[in-house]
Unconditional design. Structure first.
Length: 516
């Protein structure tokens, strides 16, 4: 509006202006976007190729050591060995202790109250704690409490690893993938501690001249060139949405079971303390997140070659023997599964013998015909479509009670029994540390048979409600499906009980306190 029209006309019709606009529209902008799309495609292809190679084991190399971690031992009361040993004993090399720091653990001879020495040995040895007496004073009689075996967890790496020349516990951030030689199990919990240099350390982590840590790059020390380089290398990172130089725990040389170890809020320390639950079993590995080329791997990486820094790794298993919460659930559902059949039988009594015996859900004879409609007296009719239709027609009130009173209770029962069988199997599996030649049983196997039982029993109950509520369906497919549903239900629940029995035996043969 201020520029004179003749000047605007002169500028827009000038040769230089017209050629510049034409060059930008037809050459510069298309070339810029083409280069941008090609660069983006290159970065995405680089990341995709590396991810595929990484998941197939071309990047991380396992150490060949297959040593696991012993399960954590819960605290317990110490034991006494008899007259020849006055010191309380604990399993697995633990030393008996007392809660009071000024007390000592010892074994005392006690006598069973009311016991007649003429008829047996009345003495027994008891682990107790005694306060240390003052100099020159006699020790007080009686103890201040039990001598306790403290809870403990095996920590790796340890002296055994060093003696057997297993992989060390040093995480060199120059390494593309650090194999630890520690085997972890699917579903168990492991506490990982990474002791890294602190913010004011004289030997911090570095990438070239840039100071970095487990929290990422040190932003105040980043120059403009460092910031531009970080933006340029961002699409090349192994984990795109994770800050560079953060430590990542990985399970196995194949797959993608990885967990980012996040630091806490304490900015005075760069140590990491995290609990992971592996989704698969395999060797535990570590690496720091950074850019990498598609075909880098076991021989190293040009990006990682500029790294300089170390950290110390500690791994321990946090699971305790005897998972009390799971055992409580097992006891709860076992109690319900035992009690409900009595409740169901009592609920069915007002509707006659046939309903109380639940003749549509189980065999009622030990010889042919095995499935009958139990009579109120003498021998019942064989269970068939015609006889069932007659029974429903003549005993409409009892059929309605069967469908509306007994079957709902049976549904509660089948859920309780199925959950009991599944949780008992998983708990016993967790209490079992199978040897290397025997594959570990995954969770879905423990749940398979109980789930089949629940589905079949629920289908059977649904069919019974259908048949007894709408008698016209008795002549159809619903009645024919009742028999196979009953057979699969009985077979699956029988096999589920066998599964629990076998896992119980295995937990005694290979208890979880042994090594892998």
């Amino acid at each position: 509006m201020i520029t004179p029209p003749w000047l605007v006309f002169h500028l827009r019709s000038a040769w230089l202006y017209r050629r510049s606009v034409r060059g930008i529209k037809l050459y510069l902008l298309p070339a810029f976007f083409a280069f941008g799309f090609l660069t983006l495609a290159f970065f995405l292809a680089n990341h995709l190729i590396f991810s595929v190679r990484d998941s197939y084991g071309a990047v991380c190399e396992e150490s060949g050591v297959s040593e696991g971690l012993s399960a954590c031992l819960a605290s317990s009361v110490a034991t006494c060995g008899g007259p020849g040993n006055a010191t309380p004993m604990c399993t697995y090399g633990r030393a008996a202790s007392c809660d009071d720091n000024g007390a000592s653990a010892t074994c005392e001879r006690r006598t069973t109250p009311g016991c007649d020495p003429a008829h047996g040995n009345c003495a027994f040895w008891f682990p107790v704690c005694h306060p240390v007496p003052a100099p020159g004073a006699a020790r007080a009689s009686g103890g201040t409490g039990f001598a306790i075996c403290p809870s403990t967890c095996e920590v790796r790496h340890n002296e055994t690893d060093r003696a057997q020349k297993h992989p060390d516990n040093i995480l060199d951030i120059k390494s593309v993938c650090k194999a630890t030689g520690i085997m972890v199990e699917q579903g168990r919990k492991y506490r990982i501690t990474i002791r890294a240099p602190g913010p004011n350390s004289k030997s911090p982590w570095k990438n070239g001249d840039l100071v970095v840590s487990t929290r990422g790059p040190d932003a105040p020390s980043m120059s403009l060139a460092d910031r531009l380089r970080a933006i340029l290398y961002w699409p090349l990172k192994r984990r795109l949405l994770v800050q560079p130089y953060k430590v990542i725990a990985r399970v196995g040389s194949t797959g993608n079971d990885e967990t980012v170890l996040e630091p806490d809020e304490d900015k005075t320390s760069n140590d990491l303390d995290a609990v992971i639950t592996p989704r698969r079993s395999g060797e535990l590995m570590f690496y720091v997140n950074d850019a990498i080329w598609a075909f880098d791997g076991k021989r190293g990486s040009t990006f990682y070659d500029t790294h300089d820094g170390r950290a110390v790794i500690e791994v321990r298993q946090t699971d305790r023997l005897g998972p009390t919460s799971m055992i409580r659930l097992v006891i709860l559902f076992a109690t319900l599964a035992i009690a409900l059949p009595f409740v169901i039988a009592k609920a069915g009594l007002p509707f006659g013998t046939a309903v109380s015996q639940r003749f549509l859900e189980r065999e009622t004879n030990d010889s042919d015909p095995r499935s009958t409609i139990p009579p109120e007296a003498k021998v019942g009719d064989q269970l068939a479509a015609e006889s069932l239709a007659t029974w429903v027609r003549e005993h409409a009130e009892r059929a309605r009670g069967y469908a509306q009173r007994v079957i709902p209770l049976d549904i509660v029962y089948l859920v309780c029994l199925g959950v009991f069988l599944a949780i008992a199997s998983v708990t016993l599996r967790d209490l079992t540390l199978t040897p290397s030649f025997f594959p570990r049983i995954p969770n879905w196997v423990c749940w398979l048979l109980p789930c089949i039982y629940v589905v079949c029993d629920f289908s059977e109950d649904f069919l019974i409600i259908l048949l007894l509520t709408w008698p016209e369906t008795i002549k159809g497919v619903a009645f024919q499906a009742l028999s196979p549903a009953r057979s699969i239900k009985i077979t699956s629940v029988g096999l589920a009980f066998v599964q629990v029995l076998l896992l119980c035996v295995m937990s005694y043969v290979w208890p979880a306190t042994s090594k892998l």
